[in-house]
Design a protein around this ligand. Structure first.
Ligand code: ZN
Length: 225
């Protein structure tokens, strides 16, 4: 117990010392340190532009696209350049817009393959990718290449298919991501947290593009019923 307390005190003072060092030795104001604690808006102390990968995942109706749009709108307000891509397979609402369920839209470019993103995303600050589960095997490498070039890459996608199995390249993207946000829907049967995009029809096959006509959010218990 005593050793634990000593350890705690050492950590406490180290943190304190670090903050004092940051504030006075490097002339960083305290408010900036508070901002630095937010994982997406760290200031670039070295002056070198560094990229990273953010993945927003979850089931259908969990608000992934809304969250992607929210982040991209902030990017635009900050006067940073942004390119947004989605796979051509996802044409549920609009061919050139990333459209969420609440019709909060943002202009995007439909692409056939992940390599096209690499060609089209030159000289931008931020790249947004929606419905990443539909992209080919190269999508994770493409995101890594963009991040290596200094771009912030924000990817949204279904982590699981209607059977609750990992969807497409999402496992690879999640493994390579620097930051992960997992969103949840609400189970329409019991009101608990929902992870599964339950398919209401008897059609099989992993890819069946649809909306509330075909899918509903369910928890794992209600999905198994
Ligand atoms: Zn349920």
């Amino acid at each position: 117990m005593a050793a634990f307390l000593v350890f705690e005190i050492i950590i406490f003072y180290n943190v304190k010392y670090y903050k004092i060092f940051e504030c006075f030795a490097k002339n960083i104001p305290k408010f900036l340190l508070i901002i630095m604690n937010d994982m997406f808006i760290e200031p670039n102390i070295s002056g070198e532009r560094r990229g990273w990968i953010e993945v927003i995942c979850g089931s259908m109706f969990s608000g992934k696209t809304e969250e992607l749009i929210r982040r991209l709108k902030r990017v635009k307000i900050a006067n940073l350049s942004v390119e947004i891509f989605k796979p051509t397979i996802d044409v549920r609402y609009d061919e050139t817009k990333v459209v969420s369920h609440d019709a909060n839209a943002i202009q995007s470019t439909p692409v056939e393959s992940s390599q096209q993103i690499l060609l089209m995303a030159n000289n931008v600050d931020v790249v947004g990718i929606d419905e990443a589960q539909f992209f080919d095997a190269e999508i994770a490498n493409v995101c890594e290449t963009l991040a290596m070039k200094g771009m912030r890459v924000i990817v949204a996608g279904l982590d699981m298919d209607y059977l609750g199995n990992p969807f497409g390249q999402m496992p690879n993207l999640l493994a390579k991501a620097d930051y992960i946000t997992k969103l949840h829907a609400i189970c329409v049967k019991c009101g608990h947290i929902a992870n599964i995009s339950y398919r209401k029809t008897s059609q099989e096959g992993q890819v069946l593009v649809g909306e509330k006509d075909i899918y509903e959010p369910r928890c794992r218990v209600c999905a198994a019923k």
